[in-house]
Each structure stands twice: as structure tokens, then as C-alpha cells.
Ligand binder design. Structure first.
Ligand SMILES: Nc1ncnc2c1ncn2[C@@H]1O[C@H](COP(=O)(O)OP(=O)(O)OP(=O)(O)O)[C@@H](O)[C@H]1O
Ligand SMILES: N[C@@H](CCO)C(=O)O
Length: 347
């Protein structure tokens, strides 16, 4: 992760009022990246969320709420602390100590964009803490430079489906409204696979035929999603750039990708770097039923425990709120926003 960004001394930033009695809470969606052929390019926000609360403090404290954040650092090496500091450095504001509360319903290292949600949540929360002086476009540039690809962070930041590109300097994204009536089944295996490991199995170069295959299928997929041509997803969601190499890391993946469309899926792909498998369906088809049983059976035959969940495309990016930390009911308000019981929230 490269947290070094160019500092921009901006008058509006210097004058930003930083109030010690104010906390900012951000709720940010998970994401799936690639959608098959759109490697490092296509992303879609999902109805699964992470929360970040930030407030200036006399001493840094990181509180993890809920059971999904095991192993996440609770000192200044925490990703959210580091990303928030990169915002303050960039705008020339000094807030060295932060009280950080994090909750996540997004399982870590499973291909559902947990790191992107943390980066986007931290960027938005830190920016709101200093008066919202950085634009969404600037936050997207920073998020992409931190994550090193724009697909997950773009989806978490803008919501919906995004088609994006990054040349190492500048990132751009166009948001598409997900086709109405599209449903999402994710099969989350009970093992972790870091993005780093899943990228290390990819080759340094590919054959021209495979590159052409992906350019054409990714373009077709983008156009199909933009125009609601769900009938094209089966063909358009095929990939030759990353899935064939990653399949060896995920037992059952090849069978599910090859056969899910025989069991009611419109298309089936590896979600992000995996190990989660993602299937798109037409909402007219009942949830549960044959597709879900098929996925469970394939994974069970491989001896892999799987959490199969139905989600929806999330149409919006982060929501944020400001709280007065001196209010008598601050803890209750915070608990409500974090969708956590008040006793889970230490303030
Ligand atoms: N809410 C969070 N707070 C702090 N750190 C987090 C949080 N969520 C994720 N992380 C960090 O991100 C790491 C996971 O990143 P990784 O890119 O490997 O997986 P992912 O983002 O879940 O999957 P993918 O990028 O394939 O969708 C975690 O191990 C943790 O260090
Ligand atoms: N596009 C990325 C997403 C994971 O962060 C990949 O597939 O490696």
C-alpha cells in the first residue's frame, strides 16, 4: 500500500474547523470486482456493509465491534488510522490522535472488497471530519492509489456498477445503474485468500488471443449491463485473464463456474480475487432453490464449508453522519448508526 500522496496546501482546508466534540460515522458498501472478464476494471457495490467512526482524541484508540475483524490491528498500524492520516497529511491538517470504531459485516480476505470498504470508509470519514474539503474525485484518486486498482474502491465510493481505468496516475470511473431485477448469490468459502496471494499466481504476460477474448467479453458485458441485456451475461461473463489461474486455489470453483448457468444463474464468476464465488440471477426466479443447493453440494463434495448468501446490488456509495459526542445519548445514537447493540459500543 502506498500511503504517500501529494500534499496540497489549500486555503479552504487550512480554515477547516476541527471540532473535538464531533464524531463522524460512515457506512460503506462491500463490492465485487472484475465481474469475470473486467479484471481490475469492473466493480459492483453489494448490500453488505462496513462502518467507520472517527473522532479527534487525546490518545489513539481502535475499537473493533462484532466478530468479523479478528486479527485487525488496533494500534497506529491499523489501515483506517493510516488512511485517515494520509487525508490529513494531504491537506496539511494535524490530527495525530484518533478514536476509531470499526464494525464490518464484510468477511475479510474473501473477495468482497473488505480492504476497499475500509479505505473508502476512512477517506470519507477523515474528509468529513475536516469539513468535506476533498472532492469525491480526489477521494477516488487517493483510494485507487492506496488499493492499486480502481474496481473495488470505485464501486464502494460511487455505488452501483462501475467501469473504471487507472494508468498509475489518474483514475476514472463511469457509474452504471445495475439492471432492475438482478439478484446476487455469493458463496463465501470458510477459508481466507489474500488478494496478494491470488495475484501472485497470475502470469506476467498472456497470449494475444486471451487478451482479445477479455477485451471483447468485458466490453460486451459492460454494454449488456448498461442496456439490461441479462440474456448476454452467460457468454459475456467468461474470462481468460485471471480465473483459470486462480481456480487451483479454490476447490469446486471450476465446476460452479461451468455449471451454475444450468441451475438458474445468468452468469457465475470469481468475486474479486476470491475465494468467494458470485452468481447473478434474475429476481423473477425465487431465491434459494436449485442454484443455492447446487452450490452447497459442489462445495460440500470438496469438503469446503460455505456461507451462501443472497445480496442485492447496492445503488449508493457511503452514507455519513455527524454526532455530538457530548450529547447524553451519544452512545445510543452511535449504536444505532453502527447497527450494533449499545453494550457493544465502547465510548
Ligand atoms: N474494516 C477494516 N479495518 C481495518 N482493516 C481492514 C478492514 N477490512 C479489511 N481490512 C484489511 O484488509 C485486509 C484484506 O484485504 P484483501 O485485499 O486481502 O481482501 P479483500 O479486500 O477482503 O478481498 P478482495 O480485494 O479480493 O475483494 C485484511 O486482512 C485487513 O488487514
Ligand atoms: N481486481 C482485483 C480485485 C481484488 O482486490 C483482483 O482480481 O486481483
Amino acid at each position: 500500500m502506498n500511503s504517500e500522496t501529494n500534499r496540497t496546501d489549500r486555503k479552504d482546508v487550512k480554515e477547516a474547523a476541527i471540532r473535538p466534540d464531533r464524531a463522524v460515522v460512515v457506512k460503506v458498501p462491500a463490492s465485487t470486482a472484475n465481474l469475470g472478464p473486467g479484471f481490475d476494471t469492473l466493480g459492483m457495490a453489494l448490500s453488505l456493509y462496513a462502518w467507520v467512526s472517527l473522532r479527534p482524541s487525546s490518545e489513539t484508540r481502535v475499537t473493533l465491534v462484532g466478530g468479523n475483524l479478528d486479527g485487525v490491528a488496533v494500534d497506529k498500524s491499523n489501515l483506517i488510522y493510516e488512511v485517515a492520516q494520509s487525508v490529513f497529511r494531504r491537506v496539511g491538517v494535524d490530527i495525530p490522535e484518533l478514536d476509531i470504531i470499526i464494525k464490518s459485516d464484510i468477511p475479510l480476505t474473501r473477495g468482497l472488497g473488505s480492504s476497499a470498504s475500509a479505505i473508502v470508509g476512512a477517506l470519507v470519514a477523515a474528509n468529513e471530519l475536516i469539513g468535506g474539503v476533498l472532492s469525491e474525485h480526489e477521494l477516488f484518486q487517493m483510494a485507487t492509489a492506496l488499493e492499486k486498482h480502481p474496481d473495488n474502491v470505485g464501486a464502494s465510493l460511487f455505488g452501483g456498477i462501475i467501469a473504471s481505468a487507472w494508468d498509475g496516475t489518474r483514475a476514472e470511473a463511469v457509474r452504471l445503474e445495475p439492471p432492475a431485477g438482478m439478484d446476487v448469490l455469493v458463496a463465501i468459502p470458510a477459508f481466507e485468500l489474500s488478494t496478494k496471494k491470488a495475484r501472485n499466481v497470475l502470469p506476467q504476460s498472456v497470449a494475444m488471443g486471451d487478451a482479445v477474448f477479455n477485451v471483447s467479453h468485458s466490453s460486451l458485458l459492460t454494454a449488456a449491463l448498461a442496456t439490461g441485456r441479462l440474456d448476454l451475461l452467460k457468454m459475456a461473463m467468461r474470462d481468460r485473464l485471471h480465473q483459470p489461474y486462480r481456480a487451483a486455489l479454490i476447490p469446486g470453483m471450476t465446476t460452479i463456474l461451468e455449471e451454475a448457468t444450468n441451475h438458474g444463474a445468468l452468469g457465475a464468476v470469481l468475486s474479486g480475487a476470491g475465494p468467494t464465488l458470485l452468481m447473478l440471477t434474475d429476481r423473477a426466479e425465487a431465491r434459494g432453490g436449485e442454484l443455492e443447493s447446487f452450490v452447497r453440494e459442489v462445495m460440500a463434495a470438496e469438503g469446503i464449508e460455505v456461507d451462501a448468501r443472497w445480496l442485492e446490488p447496492c445503488l449508493h456509495g457511503p452514507a455519513h453522519w455527524e454526532l455530538d459526542t457530548s450529547a447524553a445519548d451519544y452512545r445510543e445514537q452511535l449504536g444505532r448508526l453502527l447497527e450494533a447493540a449499545p453494550e457493544e459500543v465502547q465510548v
